[in-house]
Design a protein around this ligand. Sequence first.
Ligand SMILES: NC(=O)c1ccc[n+]([C@@H]2O[C@H](COP(=O)([O-])OP(=O)(O)OC[C@H]3O[C@@H](n4cnc5c(N)ncnc54)[C@H](O)[C@@H]3O)[C@@H](O)[C@H]2O)c1
Length: 261
Amino acid sequence: MKVDLEGKIALVTGAARGIGEAIAATLAASGATVVYADVDAKTVQETAAKTPRAFPVAMDISNEAQVEKAVGEILQKYGRIDILVNNAGVNTAKYRVNIDQFPLEEWNRIVNIDLTGTYLVSRAVSRGMIAQRSGRIVNISSVLGVIPARLQCAFTSAKAGIVHLTRTLAIELGEFGILVNCVAPGSTLTEGTKQLFYSDNAAESDRAKRVLSHIPLGRPGTVEEMAHAVLFFVAPESTYITGQTLCVDGGWSAGGFFRDF
Ligand SMILES: NC(=O)c1ccc[n+]([C@@H]2O[C@H](COP(=O)([O-])OP(=O)(O)OC[C@H]3O[C@@H](n4cnc5c(N)ncnc54)[C@H](O)[C@@H]3O)[C@@H](O)[C@H]2O)c1
């Protein structure tokens, strides 16, 4: 898909690696100037250095003061933000347990980053978008925010919150020419999921088989496939789509049935 983002200023959170890095690189390759934001200050600097027209920013999306400061600095440097991609997010690897065993601290950590962080960055950026009367926001949820799974109640709830926040922001911000949509990735091949599922270790590859048994296309997605869906939503031609969530999941959500994995 050829998309012309020349002259656009984009902010991508969680851009140091994984899906966020691919989204940021794809927007930059389409002509946008891209601010790579991440809590991992060192890695985001190295990642942004790989791309022309990229500017790294250290920011914890769950910290209100850091978000306000970083967005203020971006506006001072570039004068506007045209595209926001709320990609940064975490899940738990340690606590794969039902709710009766799920620690409050872990619940708070995940909800604070995934849901509250998306709210904080959207709030800070939407003020400028309202003033300029244009903008695109794309939130990154998960297939597990559309259909629940057991043993990860904080992640599934926070990601479902993002789907509904997307709809809410779409109806609040539509009158200002701001379009808000959501991409819900299925299982995606990254360094993180390679360690979690897609490794050569026998126990882990058994887990991978259980994950893949949900997916009609029979394989994990690539980070580029996720970035491509984001590019569709921010394309200048995508002018009449808002409040929508697109599952990029190889058909996982179409089946609608979850075993544990
Ligand atoms: N990989 C998958 O299979 C998958 C599936 C569904 C949804 N997702 C979602 O896609 C997004 C990206 O996933 P990924 O697999 O690339 O993750 P990842 O862990 O590889 O990368 C996430 C990035 O976000 C950054 N980050 C974490 N907390 C942050 C914070 N508080 N403030 C700023 N940055 C922070 C990390 O430093 C990291 O660079 C996440 O929202 C994730 O929930 C991923």
